[in-house]
Design a protein around this ligand. Structure first.
Ligand code: PXG
Length: 289
């Protein structure tokens, strides 16, 4: 496996960064998870734009233009001959001393691209639907670690994930401080009822998969709503599903022990999943090897 590391494609064993990298010491850095389908990178521009937005807020300059970053992704996929893959693009602050202050980071940011495969949940759950729970750990508030930042600090979500897996569930619904539905640890949440597809508008990452699903829903004339959603509304939804680059679209059939709709993936979920698969076939930046 070849890894892109600061301008070079190196062997996996040689892809190493310093223990003084502030990405390692403090989670100081940005990342994106991206997918490619049959030699097409899905929504690459949107992922690169989001990465640069996170870096802008973190004041990290990768010393690469967006076009160059785009080419890093494609070159890593080509080098590994990956047609269908999962891409992890990382920019960490770089080497510094043992203090928080990023001004003391003398090294350049480390730019890393890994291409591999990922399956987030067991495959049978995509057919049967998954059961999830709400957990005690709430989302970070926007004036702390803003949910829009895809930073290397994912501890908030990791704590929530642990709370779910500890209870025997694969995924956690994280609530906002005020109790409204936020999102899952690596996915956005959707519910469907009476012709309306709803998703929280705040307190969540503006997922690229979620944006694609909202576009597809509008195209097939499903009304969409972005706003506050309560647990009660989620429990009483006709259908529910999660979206994310890693997860793609996974049906949810139980939340906190409450059966959702008929207790199996519903027709709207299936229709959107099908439309999403069609979209990934034609949408995306092409590459070849
Ligand atoms: N919410 C959060 C908190 C995320 O981290 C999404 C929603 C979905 O966004 P996209 O743009 O991918 O549709 C994410 C994505 C994992 C994993 O292993 C999850 C993500 C990234 C990398 C790995 O669960 N997050």
């Amino acid at each position: 496996m070849k890894i892109y590391l600061n301008g070079k494609l190196v062997d996996k064993r040689e892809a190493k960064v310093s223990v003084f990298d502030h990405g390692f010491l403090y989670g100081d850095g940005a990342f994106e998870g991206i997918r490619s389908y049959n030699c097409r990178v899905f929504r690459l521009k949107e992922h690169i734009d989001r990465l640069y937005e996170t870096m802008h807020t973190l004041m990290i300059d990768p010393h690469l233009t967006k076009k160059q970053m785009n080419d890093v992704v494609l070159a890593t996929l080509r080098a590994n001959k990956i047609k269908d893959g999962y891409i992890r693009l990382i920019v960490s602050r770089g080497e510094g001393d043992l203090g928080l202050d990023p001004r003391k980071c003398f090294g350049r940011p480390n730019v890393i691209c890994i291409t591999d495969k990922i399956t987030l949940y067991p495959p049978e759950l995509y057919q049967q639907g998954m059961a999830i729970i709400t957990v005690p750990t709430v989302k970070n508030v926007p004036n702390a670690l803003n949910p829009q930042l895809k930073s290397l600090n994912y501890l908030n979500n990791i704590l929530a994930k642990m709370e779910a897996t500890h209870c025997g569930y694969n995924e956690a619904v994280m609530l906002e401080e005020n109790g409204y539905i936020g999102e899952c640890t690596g996915d956005n949440v959707f519910i469907y009822k009476d012709g309306v597809l709803s998703t929280p508008h705040l307190g969540r990452l503006k997922g690229i998969t979620a944006a694609a699903i909202l576009e597809l829903a509008a195209k097939i004339k499903i009304k969409v709503f972005e706003g506050y959603i309560t647990r009660h509304e989620m429990y009483n939804a006709g259908e529910c599903f999660l979206t994310g680059t890693a997860a793609e679209l996974i049906p949810i059939v139980k939340v906190d022990g409450r059966t959702i709709g008929e207790g199996r993936p519903g027709p709207v979920t299936k229709k959107l999943l099908d439309a999403f698969h069609q979209l990934t076939k034609k949408d995306g930046v092409k590459y070849s090897f």
